[in-house]
Design a protein around this ligand. Structure first.
Ligand code: C2E
Ligand code: MG
Ligand code: MG
Length: 405
């Protein structure tokens, strides 16, 4: 497999390069215009000037920011940029250690900035390629806080009208490159807005009982789709996301197990994914549900690992079969040695606790390679396939088989 070079023109990008070194400024400008077709590049050696440009020229949608500058440094400027609610991409350009860059990246994310990648000095064109492979489409990102959440009534209406749809994203076993399973991901079909992603409604449902009803609807559809695939000769695992709030409903476990029994589904074919927050709080009801599900043979996965603060000690005492490394692990791993080592340590811990590891957010051939080199067992991400409809799984499965054979 190979990744296409992403050197197509990005004339819609309006870049601002802030670096106290004039040589770096002109090198970046040269690369952006010559290699990527960026028409507008403003360079400056001063943080105050950069801020003035951001405030007065609203079209700037990508900032290349040096961390180590005299006067206002890059970290201070980052905070000021966040205060302006800058919607564009942030790229950190620096010669400081990977660890320091990592902490600034975390800071950028905490400020809700659209951090897209880092360029390490001395400048390597590969870093630019990596960043532009992510820019891709002709779209300016949204300020993260602006993602419009649906209203409660819109979610109730969708549940009543059966407008909750389930898409599936394939998971590939690295050892033999075979399709091993799919993750069920829900979407809401809105009458005027079209297909809405879960980020815009799951949080809202968790404020009420709606999450319980939504989950039952997803489970119903997903289990039926699984049976259809099995009848077509596709024998795979089905992963379903379960909000920790759902485990608080004492009737959930029995309802779920009854549905499985009705459809005669083997327990070890279904995997329930719960997020890390479940192990931060020591809640009896959730623990009871997890233990009962595990005893019955249902697989359990710890989703988005790395986004919370799960301790190894707690993890050791919970019945998880799978650890899903959050996609943020892979976003910067290509150029970041510290990140690579971190993934490796997580995989080692996962193995020591007798779990297998899934790498989420595999977007490029490099990510795939890193997942392989760090010892992950399973990969999932846009590089393999975006979430697709149930009816498209057999065809995808057929094509994948031919691609890897
Ligand atoms: P998740 O369980 O961690 O699912 C993975 C998310 O990453 C999905 O987003 C998927 O489309 C996206 N993704 C997959 N590959 C890539 C990639 O290569 N790059 C990037 N950047 N993203 C990738 P989606 O479908 O928008 O779902 C977001 C979250 O919503 C899920 O995160 C999960 O926590 C939640 N969710 C989805 N369906 C359900 C559901 O039925 N019930 C509950 N409780 N939560 C759900
Ligand atoms: Mg998940
Ligand atoms: Mg996840």
């Amino acid at each position: 497999m190979k990744i296409e070079s992403q050197n197509q023109p990005h004339s819609w990008i309006k870049a601002l390069v802030v670096d106290d070194s004039k040589a770096i400024c002109s090198l970046c400008k040269n690369i952006l215009t010559e290699n990527y077709g960026v028409n507008y590049v403003h360079t400056t050696n001063s943080a105050p000037e950069a801020l003035a440009v951001i405030k007065s020229f609203k079209d700037v949608n990508m900032i290349f920011l040096d961390l180590n500058m005299p006067g206002t440094d890059g970290v201070q400027l980052l905070k000021q940029i966040a205060a302006c609610k800058f919607k564009g991409y942030i790229v950190i350009v620096s010669g400081v250690s990977a660890k320091i860059i990592q902490s600034v990246e975390d800071l950028a994310n905490k400020y809700n900035l659209n951090f897209i990648g880092s360029i390490h000095k001395p400048i390597d064109l590969k870093d630019f390629d990596h960043i532009f492979s992510k820019v891709g489409q002709n779209t300016i990102p949204q300020y993260k806080h602006e993602t419009q959440q649906l209203k409660i009534y819109e979610i109730i209406r969708a549940l009543e009208n059966d407008d909750i749809e389930v898409f599936y994203q394939p998971q590939i076993k690295l050892k033999n490159r075979k399709l091993i399973g799919v993750e069920a991901l829900c979407r809401l079909r809105h009458p005027s807005l079209g297909l809405i992603s879960p980020d815009k409604f799951i949080d809202k449902t968790e404020e009420t009982d709606l999450i319980f009803h939504l989950t039952l609807s997803v489970i119903d559809k997903a289990l039926n789709d699984w049976v259809t695939w099995l009848n077509q000769g596709i024998d795979i695992t089905l992963s379903i996301n379960i909000s920790p709030y759902v485990l608080k409903f004492t009737e959930f476990t029995d309802l779920f197990l009854t549905k499985m029994a009705e459809l005669n589904i083997q327990k070890n074919k279904i995997c329930l994914e719960v997020t890390e927050s479940i192990i931060e709080d020591n809640h009896e009801i959730e623990l009871e549900a997890l233990s009962r599900l595990a005893i019955k043979g249902v697989l359990l996965s710890l989703d988005d690992f790395g986004t919370g603060s799960a301790s190894i000690e707690r993890l050791h005492r919970l019945p998880f079969d799978e650890l899903k490394l959050d996609k943020s692990f892979f976003q910067n791993s290509v150029t970041n040695r510290a990140q690579f080592d971190l993934i490796k340590s997580c995989v080692a811990m996962s193995n020591a606790l007798d779990m297998h590891t899934v790498a989420e957010g595999i977007e490029t051939a490099e990510h795939w390679k890193i997942a392989e080199q760090t010892g992950c067992d399973i990969v999932q991400g846009y590089y393999i396939c975006k979430p697709i409809e149930a009816a498209d799984i057999p065809q995808w499965c057929y094509q994948w088989k031919h691609r890897v054979d």
